[in-house]
Design a protein around this ligand. Structure first.
Ligand code: ADP
Ligand code: MG
Length: 254
């Protein structure tokens, strides 16, 4: 029998090793060791201030780390690299923010087609056609020429998802994508996320939507005081959380 090296397909999509981050002498991420397999959906949950946003932002290098490593697609994300390469890396990992972060002066279709043209050098008409298809996919074909200010929060967030998808990211990161929405708009965003998961997208989602976590996640990471203290499939996490702090967190939600 010969042992061959793992192929790219078998390597995790993202591997965090011994990640540590502090602001001054205040540690916000400690001993983070975790990986995300291709096609896996991970939901990150935990109390406010526990480091969820910081963690997910380090994966896209929106935040620097103090030590450790984060490897995505065989690349060390926190290695020094020219800014052009960093921009490409950033935009090839989709990121959806709580507050949408659309460009207010650009139309919806321009928001979606901009990065492929600017960062990837895709021809404008090709990017435009593709943006229309993506808008159709998130149910907003008829809003292509509207401006973000003319849309509801739920619609803006679906545009933000389409904009991230336009870069054909192998991984999508979400930081509380429904927290800024009126309750009646949460469902339309979660359903787009659900369909992405069903199509096999690798996803890391910070969310307080425990119904979504229960139904869609392969794994829950529970983070408290900067440490992932529990990783478990949802059935296990919700029924029999092992860590007392996870038990308390779940009890407080009810
Ligand atoms: P969460 O998303 O779980 O609510 P955050 O990742 O936003 O938590 O924050 C984790 C901790 O890091 C908090 O104690 C927060 O006050 C601190 N923190 C976040 N950003 C900064 C910053 N730019 N400077 C100093 N402390 C920060
Ligand atoms: Mg946060």
């Amino acid at each position: 029998m010969t042992l061959s090296a793992p192929t790219t397909q078998q390597l995790p999509a993202i591997r965090l090793s011994n990640v540590y981050k502090s602001y001054g002498d205040h540690p916000v991420l400690k001993n983070i060791d975790a990986s995300v397999a291709r096609g896996e959906v991970v939901v990150i949950c935990g109390p406010s201030g526990s480091g969820k946003s910081t963690l997910i932002r380090t994966i896209n290098r929106l935040e620097e780390i103090s030590s450790g490593s984060i490897v995505f697609d065989g690349q060390d994300i926190h290695a020094s690299m020219p800014s052009k390469k960093l921009n490409l890396l950033r935009s090839s990992i989709g990121f959806v923010f709580q507050n949408f972060n659309l460009f207010p002066h650009l139309s919806v279709v321009e928001n979606v087609s901009m990065s492929p043209v600017r960062v990837k050098g895709v021809a404008p008409d090709v990017a435009h056609d593709k943006a229309l298809k993506l808008l159709d996919r998130v149910g907003l074909a008829e809003k292509a020429n509207a401006y973000p200010g003319q849309l509801s929060g739920g619609q803006q967030q679906r545009v933000a998802i389409a904009r991230a998808l336009a870069m054909e990211p192998p991984v999508m990161l979400f930081d509380e994508p429904t927290s800024a929405l009126d309750p009646e708009m949460v469902g339309e965003v979660l359903s787009v996320m659900k369909s992405l998961a069903a199509e096999g997208m690798t996803m890391l989602c910070v969310t307080h939507e425990m119904g979504f976590a229960h139904d869609v996640a392969d794994l829950i990471w529970f983070i408290d005081a900067g440490e992932i203290i529990e990783k478990a499939p949802p059935e296990e996490f919700f029924k029999t959380p092992r860590h007392p702090r996870a038990q308390r967190f779940l009890a407080d939600l009810r």
